[in-house]
Design a protein around this ligand. Structure first.
Ligand SMILES: [Cu+2]
Length: 144
């Protein structure tokens, strides 16, 4: 009897362990999303201007600026609702909370994050006049 219980306990523990392992594996899968800030002809746009994420999944947000002027990727509420692992740009890695990123012409940056809270978030470029000119976007975080 005692052995049976021990055996059962072991099976339960083992299946818990395996489940955790597969969860961990799923969590390490990183989905790449590319966003350009502005374009080569200097238009004040995000390309694309609609981004979709699923809460709890890990993303590598690859930002680049192909335009002749600098731009910001500003989405404070989205940033607050996400867990940032790191931001990598020009051989520098920044850990911890991020609120906005500035990209100079031809700059690239990678923001590795996990959106945590479903919702709709606004995105804009905070350079004077750019939001008004249409440099805005929408970020949708769907629930798992
Ligand atoms: Cu801009």
């Amino acid at each position: 009897m005692k052995q049976k219980i021990l055996g059962l306990l072991f099976t339960v523990l083992l299946s818990c362990c395996l489940m955790n392992m597969s969860n961990t594996l799923a969590a390490t899968e990183t989905i790449e999303v590319n966003v350009s800030l502005g374009n080569e002809s200097g238009e004040l746009v995000f390309v694309p201007n609609h981004l979709e994420f699923v809460a709890g999944k890990k993303y590598k947000l690859k930002l680049d600026n192909p335009s002749p002027t600098k731009h910001y990727f500003t989405s404070k509420d989205f940033a607050d609702a996400s867990w940032t692992q790191k931001v990598e740009a020009a051989k520098v890695e920044i850990k911890g909370a991020i609120h906005e990123l500035e990209l100079k012409p031809s700059a690239e940056a990678e923001w590795v994050l996990v959106p945590m809270k479903p919702g709709n978030y606004e995105l804009h470029c905070s350079i004077s006049g750019h939001t008004e000119a249409g440099m805005v976007g929408e970020i949708v975080v769907m629930s798992e």
